[in-house]
Design a binder for this molecule. Sequence first.
Ligand SMILES: [Zn+2]
Length: 707
Amino acid sequence: MYSASNCTLTDVQKSMTCTKELLEKTLDCLQEKTMSVLNTFAVPQNDEAVQNLLQNFEEARNMFEDLDTTHKMCKHFSVKLSLIKPTEIFLGYRGDTGRKLGTSSQALAADTCQYIPISETVKFLFRNEHMQAFYRQSFDSHDGKMYDYCDGLNFKRHELYKKHPNALQIQLYFDDLETTNPLGSKTKIHRMGAVYFCIRNLPAEFNSALANIHLCLLFNSIDKETYGFEKIFAPLLDDLKLLETRGIQVNIGGQETILFGTICILTADNLGCHSLGGFVESFSANKFCHFCMVDKQMAQKEFDDDKTELRNKENYQLHVAQENPSATGVKGDSCLNSLKYFHITENVCVDVMHDILEGVAPLEVKLMLQHFIYVEKLFTLEQLNDKITSFDYGYANGKNKPSIILNLRTGENPVKQTASQMWCLLLFLPLLIGDFVSEESQHWQLFLLLRNICDIAFAPVITKGMAFYLKQLIIDHHNLFKILYPERNLIPKHHFMTHYWRLMIQFGPLVKLWCMRFEGKHGPLKRQAHIVCNFINISKTLAYKHQLSSMYTWKFGDPLKRHVTMTNTLQVAVGSLVKCDMFIEKMAAFGHDLNILSMVSVANCVSVFGHSYRPSCVLSLRCDLDKECLFGETVYIVPFCDREEVLVFLRILTVKYFNDHLHTYVIEKTNEFQMINLKDATDVVPLCLYKLSDSEVHLFTKYKLIA
Ligand SMILES: [Zn+2]
């Protein structure tokens, strides 16, 4: 209960007191009745069985003995449940005004930060049998596709992973989070810096799971200005240095194993990257890029990053020595460079969420809509908003439905949407306004180029060929932007995009490294801060509660399980199903012998790894690079929960053609059916069909699929 983010210590204590009272009253009553029954039957009080019974009553009364004070509770969590308590790290003293008996006086207050030892967390995780089972000891994709960090060049050339291929691949994530209302007066004081890490040696579906994101540092943002990153990161770096050189001992499958490890990638928004990396923290600076030496003027003209000087270990150290930030873009050496296997110029990746969904896309959608509405007058803002609110986005996209656009003429960010809403808007804009727009429209071509870029940048499986294609798409896109809006400057995020192709080859699919999941981790911390409402050493409270919740998930939950949950399952006779003869034939291929009289359970909705599947949702069955795709519309979902297996009976959909203008597949329904195991679908994301006219059914994928 205490681990829940919406519950305070006082709540827990109150409910414990109430439960205790209730329990005591019930026990008193039961004990009295038991004794009177025993007396009626003249059972001797000193009988051993009676004494045991009385003893049981006493024990039940003292159920909360180990937990009835805060101190006892904390002890219980640490000793019995191996909770890893955050360590308070002393940073320095600051002058503070204390108030005692009505008079205020000057006093010294200690500034501290909370550190959760990374080695302890790793040891704790390896006590979980699923962690041991899923930890990938050796992996290599042989099909030429890139699925994760380990398929990238960075992993293959990494000195530590060459020596110890099983070493921990730690992804570090750094961000600031607001614990109070961002518009309030105390935002700066209560802004916290949070450092999380995740272990990337798990199968892809677990790598991004919230349970695999662990807190390691929590500090007050002001302290990083006062004391610098060196001091705050010191305990973490000490731990990591030990991990790099001596390793830690864990048990994997009954065998004691020494695991080495290091930070393979640092992910942060661009500002976080710059402050932690020792780069200038202003994006209007002349050398604003942490990947290359491009200057402000060149960034408007040169979109091929082969033609710019890239940053590397050597020139970075030279720039540190030069101490000339305006000429080099480097302010000082990053504390992370003290690690043996990490360098800020080699192990940093981009975040496509911040760059595209919170930067480039809102800007370009705004410019395009302004052009269509006010210059070409193709439709009005009201018409667009009507479409946005009334369109049926399908059940899978319903929760990311874009908000209406209030005013396009003024304001810096009038297309105000969250990152997920922005993605949804990008996907649906062709269906919303495609009909109004001419096929020759250059502004529309620019939008479609951005859609094509997103298709590759957000793809969870990629090839090298796709990376090179992305490079060309981005060059074409930026060139067209400059033609359409010659008076506008490309923003720094446009420039970062020119490095995407290279980073993909280095680190694998960019979407696997993005901040979206990490930001999901902020939610519980922020909620907690609102509920606690006591900002005296808030980082300590938040870190402790975070650890409790993580301990609870890993001890009592099932963090790494392929969860299949279903709703509204119906037992039906096979004979009553549509196409039952085909259903029987296809089920037989999966080893289920049925006849028309057999009963089978079909589900109305099945959720696996956070994706829910329903009858009529569409799955991708085959997707080749040359747009030869095959899809299937779900007819029946047959779950076998005991085996964690879901069979899907599908109607085959073929692609008539790809509609370039709307960026959709135009679909034809066939009379052929197929049965697949859900896990064999080309992609996990369920898709929807959209009927735009009586004759045409459209379908689009959220990103480029390859299989
Ligand atoms: Zn650059």
